[in-house]
Ligand binder design. Structure first.
Ligand code: AMP
Ligand code: ZN
Length: 141
């Protein structure tokens, strides 16, 4: 547990949270400043900052919770879909340094956008550059 982390505080019951799902390893609660009704966060109960700090098993538990919760969240607020995403690292917009998956309900004509808009200008990459990047990713696994 990190003493100044709000999500550790919610998991420990020291900070109020509208908890919607709890297991031995993960907790889900409503976002306090929601982007849409039903905006839900799924966190590991232990403090890890980034996705690559998680064990494979804990990563599975987080995705399993998102998988289970997404239809429940949509049904509770009568949404038409959900954007499920992680801001992984401060450059990607992560403000709370405790891994959290966002499940953001989406509604027809909600004025939002698909996830494609998050990364800024699209790079113009050649086939060779794409081939090299794919090889680099395979080698770095
Ligand atoms: P991110 O930018 O991905 O780090 O998102 C952090 C999210 O946590 C934001 O959507 C905040 O509204 C939300 N948040 C911050 N503090 C709390 C809290 N105490 N309870 C619930 N949600 C919170
Ligand atoms: Zn924490």
């Amino acid at each position: 547990m990190s003493s100044d982390c709000p999500f550790c505080g919610i998991v420990a019951g020291e900070i109020p949270g509208r908890i919607v799902h709890e297991t031995d390893t993960v907790t889900a609660f409503l976002d306090a400043n929601p982007l849409a009704p039903g905006h839900t966060l799924v966190v590991p109960n232990d403090h890890y900052e980034r996705l690559d700090d998680l064990s494979e098993e804990l990563a599975r538990d987080i995705f399993a919770a998102l998988h289970q919760l997404t239809p429940a969240v949509e049904s509770a607020v009568d949404a038409d879909g959900t954007t499920v995403a992680f801001n992984n690292g401060s450059t990607a917009g992560q403000e709370v340094p405790h891994v959290h998956g966002h499940a953001i309900p989406r509604f027809a004509d909600d004025g939002g956008a698909p996830i494609h808009v998050v990364a800024g200008d699209r790079p113009d990459l050649t086939d060779d550059e794409l081939d090299r990047t794919a090889a680099d990713i395979r080698d770095a696994r």
